[in-house]
Ligand binder design. Structure first.
Ligand code: NDP
Length: 484
């Protein structure tokens, strides 16, 4: 049974344990301890106590500990990929890659830990030194969703530790088993620096986000939960870092490599059964090539292999739970009733009675009053909308409450320039969706969130900034009282 990890010890807590479920089979794959506010309190006080020493540990030493996490993740890559596949349902092939990306994230922030603590700026007074000093915040609560339990954890935990904070991690309920399995990669840290607890979002999550000793909440999840966290954090002015939902558009221009755009749409729309915050959820294609593009998307979609993630041939893997699938079915059915046409998909595959599978679904005749074009769809659904030109596509892309990612396929540099500057999204992909880079910032605009993860920007989030004005000579200044 996988246990909580608090103050350098594995604990069971006093709640009944829970079963982890494989979304591909609906069967139990393991057991894990379930936490309550009592264990959360233990974790926060351990993290608070550990912070006093951890903040003083030299950057180079912290770097060594973080590099060791990366090494150990790589050593266990295959087993970790299997565990991730079993509990998230995602493809084993992709999970191998995600373990490597997580390892790279620890390596990257290890190096930043070695060389960054702020900067020295010119002072207005010749006898003074002005130092912009970066200091850690204190105890950080990292609240992680179920779709990328290791990668999204790494994006928070690596920079938080590199900056000198201590951390309490609460994974999503659906992926608590795999997440508790990550605790052993932090056994070489001083007790209390890293703590893994479980428990429901409403109980343990809210307990953490309102706890007076938590100085920062680093959260990835839905917009509605993020909004609640921000409201509650306002009470004590906690730092919040919010990576929330999206409704990413893809604009397909007539001048682009059309088959590449169609393949990209299928990839970006159906990877991880569409349960990616930056999955493609709206396609705006220039009318002159819309039919050709749509036919190509349909042909590719019909060839996709639906199956469990543990089979490396499976391309469309199950959704996380029946309830999440029901939300997607409701959106698609509402669109159909309002006049949308389902070109392919729209059903639970008949040869998959077990598991939370849903066919990759391509829609057309969709209008902006339909939820499927307005609200996030966390499933494998791709609505295609023909438009007159790039201008219309850009305007429609920006007519959304979300602003996480956006994609453009074109060879026209003028369109790229307009898009780069005017699209309302934090992550912009030209001719290649979903590509990530640990060295560059990731995050959203509008209701897709606040702040950035990854890169130098993602490091800055985990510091408090002080401006030190240091008078070195120490004499009396002529501008002080009493005035002559
Ligand atoms: P939720 O917002 O429901 O949950 C995310 C995490 O928050 C879970 O650990 C959850 O715990 C916890 N939580 C739930 N309620 C509260 C609360 N009241 N206070 C504190 N914590 C709480 O999102 P999902 O897990 O359903 O994840 C899917 C969402 O995440 C999608 O909207 C997606 O777009 C977004 N996402 C965004 C990404 C980005 O980078 N922008 C990346 C990946 C996903 P529990 O599981 O116990 O409820």
């Amino acid at each position: 049974m996988r246990k909580l990890w608090i103050n350098g010890q594995f604990l069971t807590g006093d709640q009944p344990s829970r079963q982890a479920i494989d979304p591909a089979t609906e069967e139990a794959i393991g057991e894990y301890c379930w936490g309550s506010p009592r264990e959360a309190e233990l974790a926060v006080s351990a993290a608070k106590a550990a912070f006093a020493e951890w903040r003083r540990v030299p950057g180079a030493e912290r770097a060594g500990l973080l590099h060791r996490v990366a090494r150990r993740l790589r050593e266990d890559l295959e087993q970790l990929a299997i565990d991730l596949t079993l509990e998230t349902g995602r493809s084993i092939r992709k999970n191998r890659g995600y373990v490597e990306w997580a390892a790279q994230c620890f390596d990257y922030y290890a190096e930043l830990a070695r060389h960054y603590r702020g900067r020295v700026i010119p002072s207005p007074e010749p006898s003074q030194l002005s130092v912009v000093l970066k200091v850690p915040l204190g105890v950080v609560a990292a609240i992680v969703p179920w779709n990328y339990p290791l990668l999204l954890l790494a994006w928070k935990l690596a920079p938080a530790l590199a900056a000198g904070n201590t951390v309490v991690i609460k994974p999503a309920t659906y992926t608590s088993w795999v997440s508790l399995g990550f605790a052993k990669y932090f056994e070489h840290f001083p007790p209390g620096v890293v703590n893994f607890i479980t428990g429901s979002g409403q109980e343990v999550g809210e307990f953490l986000t309102t706890h007076p000793d938590i100085r920062m909440i680093a959260f990835t999840g839905s917009t509605v939960v993020g909004q609640g966290i921000m409201r509650r954090a306002a009470e004590e002015m906690k730092h919040v870092h919010l990576e929330l939902g999206g409704k990413d558009p893809l604009i397909v221009c007539a001048d682009c490599e059309l088959e590449a755009a169609a393949r990209a749409a299928v990839w970006g729309g159906f990877l991880n059964a569409g349960q990616v915050c930056t999955s493609i959820e709206r396609v705006y294609v220039e009318r002159s090539v819309a039919y050709e593009f749509q036919e190509c998307v349909l042909e590719l979609t019909k060839q996709l292999v639906i199956g469990p993630g543990i089979d490396p041939r499976s391309e469309v893997t199950p959704m996380i739970r029946a309830g999440e699938r029901d939300k997607v079915i409701a959106q698609v059915e509402a669109a159909r009733e309002a006049g949308a046409q389902i070109l392919t998909g729209g059903r639970i595959p008949s040869n998959r009675p077990k598991g939370y599978f849903y066919e990759p679904t391509v829609l057309t005749n969709v209008t902006e009053d339909m939820e499927v074009l307005r609200e996030e769809t966390f499933g494998p659904v791709l609505p295609i909308v023909p438009v007159e030109d790039f201008e219309e596509a850009l305007a429609r892309s920006n007519r959304s409450q979300y602003g996480l990612g956006a994609n453009l396929f074109t060879r026209d540099a003028r369109k790229v320039k307009r898009f780069m500057e005017e699209i309302e999204a934090g992550n912009v992909w030209i001719n290649d969706p979903l590509i990530d880079n640990v060295a560059g910032p990731f995050g959203g605009m509008k209701r897709s969130g606040l702040g950035r993860e990854l890169g130098q920007e993602g490091f800055e989030e985990f510091f408090e900034t002080k401006h030190i004005h240091w008078e070195i000579e120490g004499g009396i200044k002529p501008w002080w009282f009493p005035w002559e």
